[in-house]
Design a protein around this ligand. Sequence first.
Ligand code: RB5
Length: 145
Amino acid sequence: MIALGCDHGGYPLMKEIIAHLESRGLEYKNFGTFSEESCDYPIFGEAAARAVADGSCDRGILVCGTGIGISISANKVKGIRCALCGDCFSAEMTRRHNDANMIALGARVVGAGLALKIVDAFLDTPFEGGRHERRVNMLMEIENK
Ligand code: RB5
């Protein structure tokens, strides 16, 4: 199950992402927003992130205008590793090395064609484990300090 969240700036791209997930037969839970009416990205970033953190969703995809605000929102939630990605290499590597459980995209930064490739790289790439596991554990330990 994939948690989705966006603000008004991200909404047009989120519609494309939803159509893409449906074409792949992937299940999602959409935490909104549901229109281009102005709203506050922390609400939707946090809601989707909490669903990933509590295990009701396996992964999450967030979109705002730049991807920045909504990624910061998600990363405030304990257990979340949300990577802001504007290219496929970063999306692949954040899965391989950081075990990112969420990605954020900027709808005003990347076109839909590239964004969907980034989504696929995020969804289809496994975590490598090994030495990266130690580093991910260190990342999560920061939350307990
Ligand atoms: C909304 O105008 C915009 O600030 C928001 O979508 C995002 O880019 C914030 O980081």
